[in-house]
Design a protein around this ligand. Sequence first.
Ligand code: DX5
Ligand code: ZN
Length: 220
Amino acid sequence: MIKPPRIAPSILAADFAHLADDVGRIEDHVDLLHLDVMDGHFVPNISFGMPVIASVRATTDLKLDCHLMTLNPDFYFDDIKAAGGDLATVHIEVFPDPTAVAALARDAGLEFGIVINPPTPFEAIEPFIELADMVVVMSVHPGFGGQSFIESVLPKIERVRKFVDSSGLATDIEVDGGIDAKTIGPARDAGADVFVAGTSVFRAPDPVAAVQGLRSAIGQ
Ligand code: DX5
Ligand code: ZN
């Protein structure tokens, strides 16, 4: 069953010199925070790591959803937990069979999620969905904020929703990339219940109004 929509701003689009202010402005209006960790190897960009996660943790009680765009993400689970992360999501493209890595995340005290890139078919994650608290369907190619939503991932979201519901699972379905007041509707209709939004929230003149705009676009 689809859950009420939750908004997860990505701090990748925030002002890193004023991160506490940017998070503080929106924290009472959002449901979780999305933290994009990039290592310059799995994706051609470097963002931030443990010190920033720990600093964010010190400023907010929001759930921290850590999207690991790194090689060897399992290497960092204990550090992410120590920094205050709650959920670690890893790419199926890095772990075609994530059974062992899911167990490692749970051993570290983290929730676990599986991320799937736009070109990767639903079948790659199908056997493993039951391992995950969250499935993240990428609606841009990972690595950079500010890209346009790729509509052709909508049928994949529908397939994840169908699988989750018909299996009686409570798995969250998150959509990540290019979410704004126009694209959130189709993503919701396809079955997503967690919406990552970086640019459309933190680069808006009024980030709180932007979050409210996302919610009202899907009737919340
Ligand atoms: C892309 C990241 C996304 C990104 C979303 O690699 O995984 O989370 O920050 O940013 P926008 O909302 O700008 O597409
Ligand atoms: Zn992300």
